[in-house]
Design a protein around this ligand. Structure first.
Ligand code: CO
Ligand code: ZN
Length: 331
């Protein structure tokens, strides 16, 4: 595990729509590994590796991992300097309370909840506020529209990794490692680090339109069924990457599902089949561009998705990399 790389990826600022910093960080990492690197008009970063077959004969394979992250956006600043906010992506209010947020300009804030007559009900976002140390609107260091992300450092305990934003910087990590280790492929491989997955999937949609691939695979996280009173689900942490069969946004194309399954068997890595009841990925958008792109998804099992302390298993990450390398290198 390249801890330093994952640390950079998870800790670099990049809520949906504000991906400049994370894009610059990834661009400098992939530059030496790509034949060509470009940024499209909605900000997705695409690294291209040409395949080995004859020109005009090669298929185009798009691998996508989203580089944006969930976050918060300031909606209103109160007279006494307290900051009200809305969510960027699927942020549950209960997961914010007691946490810290960090803005692009480095300002930090503590997130709390107002007193409520009936505290037996879960709070809504309108009940929360952020304290950035201001005493009024005048000395408040953030403005309406400022965006913030959670604070949650990366730590490793045994094979488990805990951090903010493993969704989906762990997918970015997988793409970078595949790019680093890939020697040759019959495909022209497009490594796309997409924008705005957490709100509209728009980065992947436009990237896929321009690339017009023959097949597309997103690499993202999936929840698991192995925590106390979890919604029953087959996927567990540490039992291998999960090959998506269905989620709430799509049915994975059988061709892609089978390609991934065959690659797992050929690579001799453990894998799981994923049916995710709530949530989707870039693949749902990619399959709908032009006249349709056969699309699927390889997932890294992840506990506590969309909290400041998400958890994955390093073995699942390594096995996802091995699986994809086998798929891309197959003759
Ligand atoms: Co997400
Ligand atoms: Zn994700």
């Amino acid at each position: 595990m390249d801890f330093t790389l994952l640390d950079t990826l998870t800790q670099t600022f990049g809520p949906s729509g504000y991906e400049e910093e994370i894009r610059a960080a990834i661009e400098s990492i992939i530059e030496p590994m790509a034949d060509e690197v470009r940024t499209d008009r909605l900000g997705s970063l695409i690294g291209v590796r040409a395949g080995t077959g004859a020109d005009g004969q090669r298929k185009k394979l798009l691998l996508a991992a989203h580089m944006d992250e969930i976050g918060l956006m300031v909606t209103h600043i109160e007279k006494n300097g307290f900051v009200r906010f809305t969510t960027i992506g699927g942020v549950r209010p209960v997961n914010c309370i007691g946490g810290r947020a960090r803005f692009a300009n480095g300002v930090g804030g503590t997130i709390s909840v107002e007193y409520r007559e009936d505290s037996s009900k879960l709070p809504e976002i309108a009940h929360l506020y952020m304290d950035v140390g201001a005493t009024g609107r005048e000395d408040c260091p953030v403005t309406v529209g400022s965006t913030a992300v959670f604070v949650g450092p990366l730590i490793q305990q045994g094979t488990r990794l805990i951090s903010k934003t493993l969704d989906d910087r762990i997918g970015c990590y997988v793409l970078i490692e595949v790019m680093r280790r890939l020697q040759h492929s019959k495909y022209d491989v497009f490594f796309a680090f997409t924008t705005q997955e957490e709100i509209t999937l728009s980065g992947a949609r436009t990237a896929a339109y321009r690339i017009d691939p023959d097949l597309a695979i997103s690499v993202d996280v999936t929840t698991t069924g192995d925590v106390p009173k979890a919604l029953p689900m087959e996927v567990s942490l540490g039992k291998g990457p999960a090959i998506k069969v269905k989620d709430s946004g799509m049915i994975a194309h059988p061709l892609i599902r089978d390609l991934l399954t065959q690659a797992a068997e050929q690579a001799d890595v453990p894998y799981q089949l994923e049916i995710l009841l709530g949530g989707s990925t870039d693949a749902a958008a990619m399959q709908l561009v032009r006249s349709g792109i056969p699309s699927g998804c390889l997932s890294v099992p992840c506990r506590y998705v969309h909290t400041p302390a998400e958890m994955v298993d390093a073995n699942d990450v390594e096995n996802a990399i091995e699986l994809l390398l086998t798929l891309l290198s197959a003759s």
